[in-house]
Ligand binder design. Structure first.
Ligand SMILES: [Zn+2]
Ligand SMILES: [Zn+2]
Length: 342
């Protein structure tokens, strides 16, 4: 089988690999679609994964082989899943902090989503594989993982009816958050970015106030929308740590900042610490997804809460993964989501 193997920045090679064998309880999946995620871009550009890694984790595919003991699935089933599975028994898992489970990041799909086939372990098959409706294309289904991640993040945000929410960053994650929020009974959603193309998409998705920070004052918009109170929630959906102090300034008393993006390693920022006590603000981190957000994500894609057709702007092939990553990373390009398809 073929896989796109990462070697270095701008160096992805299409390689012939042994098709994985499957054992008891395991599944072999033929990849049909795999989205290019912001974290794939981050890993490739910041060299945070070793050479010979196969990236890609937002996959949708067809089961082509099942191991002995697999009862939930059959050959021919159309499914989505994710990359890491928790153990469900450790200290973290007992407290529902599944993404912090020490085994979480040690479980992987083999070799990775940018390949023709992947091997899914017994634990993946048991807990982290979900059938999609016949009416849903593999292309659209590849959004299930990022949508599930956003649902996971919004659980941490404890968003309430009538809240005003600011999303910093109108990339795929910011736009998914925006669409999920518009589905909830929040009041106003503001989204900020420097790309007029992305902000135009935000408007199309019904997000109330797209703000281009190149020529608009975000604080002035927040003040106008919230009657100078500040927003209830800020979701940071761009990997820029200097957004954190700014987010804190834009919060109302008792508000929450949700950090949804990987910030640079060891990045330090200065914040107004006095606000924690006198204003009871909080900052919450959120990472990845647990097995408990997928079914909801699939429903949101199939009922149109998430406009998958407008989100996926480009399809590319397995031999174009390097180009796809550079393209998706370039803020000047008119791109939201790139998906690698077979
Ligand atoms: Zn992702
Ligand atoms: Zn665990």
């Amino acid at each position: 089988m073929k896989a796109s193997v990462y070697h270095d920045v701008n160096d992805f090679r299409l390689k012939d690999m042994e098709t994985p064998n499957i054992g008891y309880g395991e599944v072999l999946l033929k990849l049909k679609a795999c989205g290019v995620c912001g974290t794939d871009i981050h890993k490739a550009i910041h060299r945070s994964v070793p050479p010979e890694t196969v990236l890609g984790h937002e996959f949708a595919g067809e089961i082509v082989m099942i191991g002995e003991g697999v009862t939930k699935f059959n050959v021919g089933d159309r499914v989505v899943g994710a990359i890491h599975v928790p153990c469900f028994t450790c200290h973290y898992c007992q407290r529902q902090q599944y993404t912090l489970c020490p085994e979480f990041k040690q479980t992987n799909i083999v070799p990775g989503g940018f390949s023709e086939y992947i091997h899914l372990s017994e634990r993946h098959v048991r807990h982290l594989l979900f059938k999609i409706p016949d009416s849903m294309s593999y292309l659209h289904a590849s959004l299930a993982e990022p949508v599930a991640c956003c649902i996971h993040g919004q659980k941490a945000a404890d968003i309430r009816p009538g809240d005003n929410v600011l999303i910093m960053g109108a990339g795929p994650i910011g736009l998914i958050h925006g669409q999920l929020l518009k589905h909830k009974d929040v009041s106003k959603v503001i989204i900020s970015d420097i790309s007029s193309y992305k902000l135009k998409k935000a408007k199309k998705f019904g997000i109330d106030y797209p703000v281009n920070i190149k020529n608009e004052n975000l604080k002035a918009v927040v003040n106008q929308v919230t009657n100078n109170e500040g927003v209830d929630i800020v979701i940071i959906a761009a990997g820029i740590s200097s957004l954190l102090p700014e987010a804190i300034q834009l919060l109302r008393r008792g508000g929450r900042v949700i950090c949804f993006s990987p910030f640079e390693q060891n990045s330090e920022v200065q914040i107004d610490a006095s606000r924690f006590f006198k204003d009871e603000i909080s900052i919450v981190g959120t990472y990845s997804v647990s097995p408990f957000e997928f079914e909801e994500a699939i429903i949101h894609i199939s009922n149109g809460t998430i406009d998958a057709k407008s989100m996926i702007t480009h399809e590319m092939s397995l031999d174009q993964v390097g180009e796809a990553i550079n393209f998706a990373a370039n803020p000047a390009e008119k791109v939201i989501k790139v998906v690698i398809t077979d």
